[in-house]
Design a protein around this ligand. Structure first.
Ligand code: X8Z
Ligand code: ZN
Length: 678
């Protein structure tokens, strides 16, 4: 996303930086903050405000200056995310330092206008300015520079993190993608545990940096008049910050019974596969390393274990994508003149991987185009990172970038032919289409209505990828019209979207606590696993003491991307989906609707995207859905058949879990940290 550079280098963040971060718009009433004391260390930019400038003129100038600086920052961040080394990190940290200094300068200059009358747009812009970065920076230039260096380093450590085993010639190092492949495909208990533990070693060396990072962003937040950095994050929702915390509790309360049913069902199936003593951990929790995903946030990879009915029509999208890839490879091989040597084979493999990734992105583009949206510009296809480069470290975590607010949009992924990456590219293009739609607004308004909107755009399209749509693009065969087939289709969505809900919530429960000091550094890991237990009902099978820093093994922690957005998006996308189905004139049950190809739905969607952050999100939501509240009833409506089915399956079982596992054995061999290579 675009992001304003605020943050670090990644785009989603970027957007975040600007955009995403912004997203977090606050209502005017919520924005009355205690003015900070006059700065002891005024930034250079603060002295450049022309005398007698009005508030409206000030905002016009800030928008212009933002446009002028933006491309340089995003270029530095793009390079450091797609070519990790000391040099690119240095340049990205420096660019971010300039940006945050400039931002602090604008925020300081804006104080002149407190209490003055000004246009509503200007008042909103000033509010958004203070929330533009997820990484509020201290005014002290030395501390600001320290902060950008730490942020860049942590993200680099994540991107280049690897887990090495064996010695000498037998030494083998694996990065996240390879370790994720193990969890995706292996069903061997010990093999999965090794991959899971191995990845978590990369985070151990981040603990010190993260602890200092927290001190520095909190100082930046206080300089702006906020209690701590968590309050800055919670202030981006056009309502008082305390209220958004309560809102997330309310929404979680709506969907929790559904999650509990899914959890209970998954546990039964895991018990059947691994035996009760391995299929669950004390207190009825799910073992963290057996969920097919490093963070247990998406259980789709456990389809082989959790598929409700074996013979009700295949939804094996990964299988179909892999088959297409193999076909590409065979075709390329056949076209090769002469007998290929090893280098040729590597080239052919790579070229087939790239083709397959581009085909996946083309499919995703086609969905948006079918709604009447533009095709992506040529520069997208030329400059995007589709697959993992062979010769250097990159941040593989998927992101979407607006490089210049003028059409240079890109995605950055390390795509493989599997269902997860296939849906992720639809997600990323949601960000891209948001950028393209709001690029005509002043830069300060170039953000999602709130950050959850930004995350929900592409996911709404994913909901419309029904079995029927998948059949129409040749990824699955003819579908049965049976209750069994319906339950299978629902389960496929639930493993991604219902399993995610408590994870979407717990990450920022942890960070809010870290920022407000209720979670102290010597309790970082304990608090993390307490929250994992409380919300997700998952637990490690060996004890994870404070020698570990498991939060750092999830991208958004070292990457400093707020996470509540994804929880909100997981709810909002069902509201958007329902609204677009209505706009398309669809009348059947919600879960069968696809608005693929429907221009009326597309027009309505685009109208929302074009609003960006120019008005409170409640208004934007109302224009799309008729309501002003986030609400999970569309989630429940969508999953009603599955919920009923799960309740039948779970009947007579004792569901639920207790919060904390008891007496976990210590890790058999202490994990050794393997510092990143960068
Ligand atoms: O980070 C992402 C996107 C980029 S904004 C790939 N997501 C979250 C995650 O991977 O943890 C999408 C779903 C949740
Ligand atoms: Zn996203």
């Amino acid at each position: 996303m675009k992001h304003w550079p605020v943050k670090s280098r990644r785009a989603p963040m970027l957007a975040s930086t600007l955009a995403l971060a912004i997203v977090a718009t606050l209502s005017f009433t919520a924005c009355k903050r205690t003015p900070s004391p006059a700065g002891e260390a005024p930034s250079a930019a603060a002295s450049t405000a022309p005398a007698n400038e009005t508030a409206d003129q000030f905002i016009a100038r800030v928008n212009q200056e933002m446009r002028d600086t933006y491309a340089e920052l995003s270029a530095a961040q793009w390079i450091s995310s797609t070519y990790i080394n000391d040099d690119s990190e240095l340049l990205a940290a420096k660019a971010n330092e300039r940006w945050l200094t400039q931002l602090n300068g604008w925020i300081e200059q804006a104080r002149r206008f407190e209490g003055q009358s000004m246009s509503p747009e200007t008042a909103r812009s000033i509010m958004l300015l203070k929330l533009m970065t997820a990484m509020p920076a201290p005014r002290d230039p030395a501390k600001l520079a320290e902060l950008t260096r730490i942020a860049t380093r942590m993200e680099g450590m994540y991107g280049s993190g690897e887990y090495c085993t064996g010695e000498g010639a037998a030494k083998e190092c694996r990065q996240l993608g390879e370790l994720e492949d193990v969890l995706r495909s292996s069903r061997d208990y010990a093999t999965q545990l090794d991959a899971w533990r191995g990845w978590h070693t990369i985070a151990q060396p981040m603990r010190k940096d993260y602890t200092r990072f927290v001190e520095l962003v909190n100082e930046g937040a206080k300089d702006m008049g906020f209690a701590d950095a968590g309050e800055v994050w919670r202030s981006g929702y056009d309502m008082p910050p305390a209220q958004i915390a309560a809102e997330t509790d309310r929404l979680w309360g709506q969907v929790k019974p559904l999650y509990e049913q899914l959890h209970c069902y998954a546990r039964t199936r895991l018990d059947a596969k691994y035996g009760k003593d391995q299929g669950e951990v004390g207190g009825g929790m799910l073992p963290a390393h057996l969920m097919g995903n490093m963070w247990q946030q998406d259980w789709s990879n456990l389809w082989d274990l959790l598929q409700p009915y074996q013979n009700a029509g295949s939804l094996d999208i990964t299988g179909a994508l892999q088959q297409q890839y193999r076909q590409d490879y065979t075709d390329e091989l056949a076209r090769h003149a002469g007998i290929p040597d090893t280098d040729d084979l590597v080239e052919i493999e790579r070229s087939a991987q790239l083709d397959s990734a581009r085909q996946m992105a083309t499919r995703a583009q086609d969905f948006y185009a079918s709604l009447g949206m533009q095709k992506l510009p040529d520069s997208y296809w030329e400059k995007t990172q589709f697959i993992k480069p062979r010769d250097r470290d990159v941040v593989c975590h998927a992101s979407a970038w607006d490089m210049n607010m003028a059409g240079d949009v890109r995605t950055k992924m390390c795509m493989k032919p599997n269902e997860e990456d296939f849906t992720t590219i639809y997600h990323e293009l949601g960000h891209v289409y948001y950028y393209l739609a709001y690029n005509k607004l002043p830069p300060i308004f170039q953000a999602g209505a709130h950050d959850g909107f930004h995350e929900a755009i592409g996911d709404t399209i994913v909901l419309a990828m029904t079995p029927d749509y998948l059949r129409s693009i040749g990824l699955v065969g003819e579908q049965q019209q049976s209750h069994e087939a319906l339950i299978n289709a629902q389960m496929r969505m639930a493993l991604a979207k219902v399993a995610f809900l408590p994870f979407g919530l717990m990450i920022d429960r942890w960070r809010w606590g870290v920022f407000d000091g209720s979670i102290k550094p010597d309790q970082y890991n304990k608090a993390w696993w307490d929250l994992k237990a409380k919300y997700q009902g998952v637990a490690p099978v060996q004890s994870r003491g404070e020698e570990f820093f498991d939060p750092g093994a999830k991208y958004h922690v070292p990457g400093n991307t707020p996470y509540t957005r994804y929880f909100l998006a997981d709810i909002l996308q069902f509201q958007f989906y329902k609204a677009l189905c209505d706009a398309a004139g669809y009348k059947g049950p919600l879960y069968e609707c696809s608005f693929y190809g429907n221009k009326a739905a597309g027009e309505k969607y685009l109208a929302m995207l074009e609003k960006g952050a120019s008005q409170p999100w409640q208004q934007t939501l109302k224009e799309l859905t008729g309501g002003e509240q986030m609400d999970a009833s569309a989630v429940l409506e969508y999953f009603a058949p599955l919920q009923e089915w799960l309740e039948q399956q779970n009947e007579g079982r004792s569901c639920g879990w207790t919060g904390t596992p008891v007496n976990l054995p210590p890790a058999a061999t202490p994990d050794k940290p393997v510092p990143g290579k960068a």
